[in-house]
Design a protein around this ligand. Sequence first.
Ligand code: SF4
Ligand code: SF4
Length: 167
Amino acid sequence: MKLHFGNGLLKGMLVTIKQNLRHPTVTQYPEQRLNTSRRIRGQELVWNKTRCTGCATCAKACHQGAIQIVTATNTENNKYEVETYRVDTGYCIQCGICVEACPYDALFMGARYEKAKYRRAELVENKEQMADSLDRPVSGYFHPERAEKLPVQTLLVEKINEDRSKE
Ligand code: SF4
Ligand code: SF4
């Protein structure tokens, strides 16, 4: 068999050039973003003050001891009131068990995931910070009725195939 010096090198270069001419297989985060899973367990919990009865089932279910609840009796209304609801997101591992345990659908996984902090103390969120609002999108985790209203997840592989079909 006759060997031609440099053939292998040429083949390698052709593969590299071809690869460089293809559309990139990554997104330019943070400018470009994919839709996350509808059931994402983001880095926060979202709490509904109106629905919460202060039963503390979520706190008992949390194996990380990340939830602290203090209730007081409101004698005028003859019901419990949640004085303190606090989650240490530094201990929270986003397992979602507290959300599943809540009997009153008052607790949800949040959909946000960019929650890095510079200081340890900032990881503790109080009830005002946890309260549901337009700024705190709720995930459909454990709540299929919410999940079906959220945008469909963008899979990177679909985006790549779409881009390559244009090549
Ligand atoms: S998601 Fe898991 S770790 Fe985080 S507060 Fe709920 S039960 Fe605890
Ligand atoms: S389990 Fe639900 S209702 Fe009970 S304290 Fe937790 S969030 Fe409130």
